[in-house]
Each structure stands twice: as C-alpha cells, then as structure tokens.
Design a protein around this ligand. Structure first.
Ligand SMILES: *Cc1c(COP(=O)(O)O)cnc(C)c1O
Length: 417
C-alpha cells in the first residue's frame, strides 16, 4: 500500500501513544459483549425468533423478544425496536410526540438540539404539525461556555415553569462541546428531579450506545431513543430505531408510532428480525472498533497540530470525533479523503449540498453498505466557520486507519499540509 513515509512514521507514533486507550476500549467491549449475550440468554433467543412476520404482524414472538432483549440490555422496563422508524429523528420525534400534549412544556437542558430536530420542534403556527404547531411549548437552556449545563439558569427555569419533559442530548452532534458521560447524565437527572419530581427525562442517545459500561436508562432516565443505523444496529440492521424506558412511556411512544389502542402489538417485521438481533450482538465489538479508530485519528491530527475534541486520551462517551481545521479547503480535503478510503463508492467525490433538515450546506463522506449508516466510517461537516469535521464510525479499526491515511494524503496532494 502506498503510505507516504511521513504518514507511516506518524501512524506508528500515534498508535504507540494511544495504546493504553485502545486497551481500555477492549475492556469496555468485553463488558458490553457479555452484557448483550446475557440478555439474549435470559430471554432464550432461539432460531425461530428470527422468522419475519407479514400483514398486521400479530403474535410476532421474535419482535416481542427483541423488545425484551433491548429493555434488558439498556436496563429499562420496556423496549420498542422497529424497522418502521425511518431515522433517528423520526424515532426521537415519535417519543416526544408520545409524551407531550398541547400546553405541555418541553425544556432542552443541553442547549440547542441536533439540527434535524429543529423542524420537529418547529414554530407555533408553522403549519407543519411540528410540536410547537400542535401547541406544545418549547424552551432550552443554553450551555455554559465550558459546554456543561448552565445549572443556575436551569434551576431558574425549572422553578418558574416546571416542564413536562426535560430533553438531554448525550452526543455533541455538530457542536464543539463535550458529549455527556452517563455519570454526568445521572447528575442531570438528580438535579432536575429534585426541583421537579414529576418531570420526564428524555435522552437522545444517538451515538452513545455501548461506548460506556452503563446506559442512561440505568441511571434514572425515563425514556430514551436512538437509531439502528448507528451503534446498536451493529452495521447489520438495514434501517430502524429503538425506544426504551418506563413501560407506560414506551407505550405512549408506540401509540404514536402506530395508533392509539394498537401500539406495539402490531407491525410486520418484514424479515429484518435476525438482522436486528445479530446487529445488537455485534454492536459492542463494532462500537469498540470505531472508538479505537477515533482515538487513533485524534492522536494523529493532534500530532499534526490540529485541535481535536475529544483529545485522544479523553474519556469517550460517543462515537463522534471532531477535528478543527484551519480552512474550508482542509475540511473538504478531509471529507473527500475519507470517502476515497471506502470499500463502497470510493470513486464518488462528495460535494457540499443543502440537505433536508440541516441549516447549512453539509458535505458528507459515506461510503457505506447501509445508506447513511454512521456506525460505518463516515464524516460530516457543515460548511461554516470554524471549520470542524465530525468523523464517526468504522466497522473495522483498520478501515479507520486507512481513512486517516487517505485524508492526509489528499491534503498533502492539495498542498494543504
Ligand atoms: C444522528 C442523530 C440524530 C438524528 O438521527 P437521523 O438518523 O440522522 O435522523 C439526532 N440526534 C443525534 C445526537 C444524532 O447523532
């Protein structure tokens, strides 16, 4: 393979440097792999559960056991795991619409949520059927300059207008802020419940699954949602989302996904059940591969003098690795280099475009087996200053290393390094 000498030497250094981190990630994988296997065993997952259902999908035992296994893995009372969720946004939207009624207040305590949720929250009278169009009230607490919740302002808001639902986004998304560890989320839960015991705590867990040994629903979070084309789908689930949490709240979300009175009792699985089970089984390992790739990439770019977030040796609680470049050219060369390293679609050159749901042009590298699957090596960057690329995923650690090589080679070829 043609690795320029300069990059080859740097790779050796970066990998040696990151070695203790890589070992720590392996330990985490062991823990989560065993946790997932134990959940399968407890619910006696069997070959016959993998059969798909059709039509209404009544009495689909595989689907029921899948829900139970997810609930077990996430330390929750109930689960709703379905291919009928078209994306993470749809899954989160379903959970929120399930919980909120006109006049209720939704308070996001971790600043502005992920871009695609802005239109789900919407504006009063926007005519789209967004939360605010339906009469749900919305407020958010901007983060402190250090990226942590602004506890004083949060306390003020909780006291003056008690919310029905408090939203927490675990992952940084497209922001230069820390992702929140499960321990920090536990602290947020305690803080909110002390002031408003009735508040329902909802967590957007996208990208967080299996990055730590515990999940937010194990530390008092009431309802949580995520995407199956990210971590828990294990690179195998072709589509879908999951919701886990308190039984009655999961049921409200299920009423919203299908219809009141029907809920999660129906829904043909169309042959994806085995993929969902197998993906969940593989997820801890693949998340580990992706995390190793991120730690390595972070070490590499730090050595080259770029700012990274998290730093290579920081605690990781999601898949996202942010790298801050000095120009749009670096950003574009990086994303295009990641694309060049892919097994799928390496010959296409990503360009920035106005993606539905996003507010700035976004350039994305996604040479993936599952369209948009971001447990697979992918990179996104809104073209806006400061020029930050967000890379995530990698089904194999070796692929991520190759991606970094291609990204750096691309920059060298363009005279940017
Ligand atoms: C990906 C993501 C979403 C939305 O998921 P889509 O599948 O892109 O709709 C929401 N929140 C966070 C934090 C995410 O990472």
């Amino acid at each position: 393979m043609n690795v320029p000498d300069k990059i080859g030497a740097l790779m050796e250094e970066a990998e040696a440097l990151a070695e203790p981190k890589l070992k720590q990630i392996d330990k985490r994988v062991d823990h989560n792999q065993w946790k997932v296997i134990r959940a399968f065993q407890k619910h006696k997952v069997s070959d016959y559960h993998f059969a798909g259902s059709t039509g209404y999908g009544y009495n689909d035992r595989g689907r029921e056991v899948l829900d139970l296994v997810y609930a077990e893995v996430f330390g929750a009372e109930a689960g709703l795991v379905r291919p009928h969720f078209v994306s993470g946004t749809h899954t989160i939207g379903t959970a929120l619409f399930g919980l909120l009624r006109p006049g209720d207040l939704l308070l996001y305590m971790t600043g502005k949520p992920y871009d695609t949720l802005h239109k789900v929250i919407g504006k009063p009278g926007d005519g789209t059927g967004s939360l605010q169009d339906w009469g749900v009230r919305y407020d958010e607490v901007a983060l402190s300059p250090d990226g942590m919740p602004d506890w004083n302002r949060l306390a003020d808001k909780l006291r003056t207008a008690p919310p029905k639902v408090v939203g927490i986004q675990r992952s940084r998304g497209y922001d230069w802020r820390p992702s929140y560890t499960v321990a920090q989320i536990a602290e947020m839960v305690r803080f909110v419940k002390e002031l408003v015991p009735s508040a329902i705590i909802f967590v957007d867990n996208c990208y967080g699954e299996f990055t730590e040994e515990a999940e937010p629903t194990e530390v008092g979070v009431d309802l949580m949602a995520g995407s199956l084309i990210k971590n828990p789908g294990g690179g195998i689930a072709p589509t879908g989302g999951y919701i886990v949490g308190k039984k009655e709240l999961v049921e409200l979300a299920a009423y919203r996904l299908t219809a009141p009175g029907i809920g999660g009792e129906v829904g043909a699985m169309l042959g994806v059940t085995r993929d969902f089970f197998q993906g969940l089984f593989l997820a801890p390992h693949l998340v580990g591969q992706a995390l190793k790739g991120s730690a390595f990439a972070s070490a590499m770019f730090e050595r080259l003098g770029f700012d990274t977030h998290p730093r290579w040796n920081d605690e990781r609680t999601d898949l996202i690795q942010a790298i801050r470049f000095t120009s749009a050219d670096h950003l574009i060369a990086f994303v295009q280099g990641i694309q060049k390293s892919a097994a799928v679609d390496s010959h296409v050159v990503p360009e920035a475009w106005e993606m539905p749901g996003y507010e700035h042009p976004v350039i994305m590298a996604a040479g993936t087996f599952i369209q948009g699957g971001s447990l697979e090596l992918s990179a996104d960057a809104p073209i806006r200053s400061p020029y930050i690329a967000y890379m995530q995923g990698g089904l194999t650690y070796a692929h991520v290393k190759w991606g970094v090589v291609m990204a750096l080679s691309n920059m060298i070829n363009k005279g940017l390094l």
